[in-house]
Design a protein around this ligand. Structure first.
Ligand code: F6R
Length: 520
């Protein structure tokens, strides 16, 4: 039997085909022999059977996809006609890049940014056919043509290259002064004490706000909640999207959900948005990737404009999220007549000075991070402590360290230590403390004394002139109130970066992690 005469489609697949077992059994009964246990192979056989029947790859892809349940972004090619690629998506991102004499399918824009900036965003239920010189979009159901226009992306190629830095993560940490400046551009009138988010011009002030996000974006939400409550007096809760989506949350027409997502494609965050909408809430999306699913599914979208974030570990995206959350708190506060001109003028003026302050501080911060990474590189476990606005930062510092250096780390509210974790402290379990000069400083200081009394070593990130006696004091420049966060955050990122780099880890592509978590 000439096996190679059978049609041989090749499939690239992101996502999960949930009913693959059922399909696999059916295909096995039809004589298909499987070489792996993957759901992707099931899709390949399903397409192959269709192709063997009528010889039309497009029809075969569409009919296979109409049977697949779950999420997918697929690209399919057949050996009989290798110049033609079909692509389709459902709950998983897929974009089409339109080049000169070449076309592309990818799950993320930066993949083809060196070749083209013309992008066609595909929707669920759509299918694209590309060859070198042409592209068309059809519906999966019925193969009816769909009218699409390419969008020109403003990101440039340099933005998606390392630009002389050893890693994307380092480059992105050093981009943060520019990111803050870009977020503020056109949104701040410091002389009138006004933050204007035009995206929300005619959007009513929420009665209650539910922030839904994952990972680093969730930490941004925890930070933003504190300003939204104290400056805009909006009752705010922050939800881990994967938990929220399976709860029975109380939401109604006065509620607004704020979905925070760098990629705009995180499956749990998208599901959280849908749930909030089903319960009658309006949805604002705060995201970085233009045209992403969050931006398309939200009632209003605020773009963070941080440029492409390539490193898996999120850095500059968090900085941009924090900047916009601060502006959001001032914006809503102003609309409610709360953040008067005098009160808003101080943070706004401080914000405008931040890029230069941070730019000047970053090289010294990196040097300090490098020194400390060498001292602490043998630690097996780290505790990060903070209170108030620095509690989410403690969570973020721990997340950064564990995801890229694979050293266990736990972020904790400093005042919660005495309720259990303090039992862990010994000379081999160091603490990274966030202790800036704020109203909670005396409390943090006394928490640190408790750690020292148990022989724990401490790095304390603080401001110049504070009276801390710990193993390693790390001084960051002083800024106004919550703006200190923008100087603490890069120090945490750089410490994790230098630890991981010193330990020889793959900083930009840590094991087991993906940049966009498009499956649940
Ligand atoms: C951590 C990190 C992840 C993401 C999370 C959410 O460095 O990158 O924790 O923050 O997967 O991703 P987005 O913001 O794209 O929804």
């Amino acid at each position: 039997m000439r096996h190679h005469s059978l049609p041989r489609p090749a499939v690239v697949h992101n996502g999960i085909i949930e009913n693959y077992q059922e399909l696999r059994e059916e295909l096995a009964r039809a004589g298909c022999v499987f070489a792996s246990d993957t759901d992707t192979e099931v899709l390949a056989h399903l397409i192959g059977l269709g192709l063997a029947g009528h010889g039309d790859l497009g029809r075969a892809v569409a009919s296979a996809l109409s049977r697949a349940e779950g999420s997918y972004a697929v690209a399919v090619v057949s050996l009989d006609n290798p110049g033609v690629v079909y692509g389709a998506r459902k709950l998983s991102p897929l974009v089409l890049g339109v080049g000169q004499g070449e076309n592309f399918l990818a799950s993320d824009i930066p993949a083809f940014l060196p070749y083209t900036r013309e992008v066609v965003f595909l929707e669920d239920g759509e299918m694209a056919r590309i060859d070198a010189g042409s592209w068309q979009v059809f519906t999966v159901a019925g193969l009816a043509p769909v009218e699409k226009k390419p969008v020109r992306i403003a990101w440039d190629i340099q933005a998606a290259q390392k630009g002389g830095f050893k890693h994307f993560m380092l480059k992105e940490i050093f981009e943060q002064p520019r990111v803050i400046a870009d977020c503020l551009a056109g949104r701040v009138d410091a002389s009138r004490g006004l933050a204007t988010l035009r995206e929300l011009d005619d959007f009513p002030v929420p009665e209650r706000l539910t922030i839904v996000a994952c990972g680093t974006s969730y930490h941004s939400g925890l930070w933003g909640m504190q300003l939204l409550e104290s400056w805009a007096k909006i009752p705010t809760r922050v939800e881990i999207a994967s938990e929220f989506r399976y709860r029975d949350p109380i939401l109604g027409p006065g509620d607004v959900a704020l979905a925070i997502s760098q990629s705009g494609e995180t499956a749990d965050t998208l599901a959280g948005m849908r749930l909030a909408r089903e319960r009658g809430a309006k949805v604002i999306g705060l995201c970085n990737v233009v045209g992403s699913t969050v931006s398309r599914d939200a009632d209003r979208v605020i773009y963070t404009q941080a440029g492409p974030e390539i490193s898996v570990a999120s850095t500059k995206a968090m900085c941009s999220q924090l900047t916009l959350l601060l502006l959001l708190a001032l914006h809503f506060g102003h609309k409610k007549g709360l953040a008067g001109e005098r009160e808003a003028a101080v943070p706004l003026a401080g914000l405008q000075d931040l890029p230069a302050l941070l730019e000047a501080a970053l090289p010294g911060m990196r040097q300090r991070a490098k020194e400390l990474a060498r001292v602490y590189s043998e630690a097996r476990s780290f505790l990060y402590l903070g209170r108030g606005l620095n509690y989410p930062l403690a969570l973020e510092g721990a997340l950064k360290l564990k995801e890229i250096s694979y050293i266990h780390a736990e972020g904790y509210a400093a005042g919660e230590m005495k309720h259990g974790p303090i039992a862990l402290v010994d000379p081999k379990f160091p603490t990274f403390a966030l202790a800036p000069d704020d109203e909670l400083y005396p409390k943090v200081k006394s928490n640190l004394q408790e750690v020292q009394a148990r022989g724990g070593k401490i790095i304390a990130l603080t401001n110049p002139g504070m009276d801390l006696r710990v193993d390693h004091v790390w001084e960051a420049p002083r800024a106004f109130g919550p703006l200190n966060t923008f100087l603490m955050l890069p120090a945490l990122q750089l410490f994790a970066y230098e630890m991981a780099d010193y330990l020889g880890k793959d900083v930009d592509q840590p094991r087991n992690l993906a940049k966009s978590v498009t499956v649940e």
